[in-house]
Write a protein that binds this ligand. Structure first.
Ligand code: SF4
Ligand code: SF4
Length: 106
């Protein structure tokens, strides 16, 4: 089972920024109502541009049990962040969670 369901640290550690072309009103999938504008070409998930960082789409408690309200529609930074990667373990460390084994390079 994925560790992500009991984690969520990366959804509460980084600015989640991506192209406006990923927004549902621009032909993409991400609900525009859950985002805010960064500039003309970039937007981000609401809640990830402030401190403490926590994406508006995240529900539950980090490190215990979480879910993403837009999992199937989530933007590229979320689909690209690999479980067990450096960015994953850095986020987990920030939330006092132990590192996961590094996945083999591919
Ligand atoms: S920090 Fe890693 S384990 Fe936690 S939710 Fe993100 S990818 Fe999954
Ligand atoms: S959109 Fe979902 S996966 Fe991406 S940061 Fe927000 S809660 Fe996490």
């Amino acid at each position: 089972m994925s560790q992500c369901q009991t984690c969520g640290a990366c959804c509460a550690a980084y600015r989640v920024q991506f192209s406006v072309y990923e927004l549902d009103d621009m032909g993409g999938a991400v609900p525009v109502t859950l985002t805010e504008t960064v500039n003309g070409s970039t937007c981000r998930m609401r809640g990830t541009g402030e401190v403490p960082i926590r994406c508006v789409a995240l529900s539950g408690s980090v490190g215990t049990g979480v879910s993403c309200a837009i999992y199937a529609l989530r933007p590229r930074p979320c689909t690209e962040l690999q479980e067990g990667s450096h960015a994953c373990n850095k986020a987990r460390q920030r939330h006092g969670l132990p590192p996961l084994d590094e996945r083999p390079e591919h």
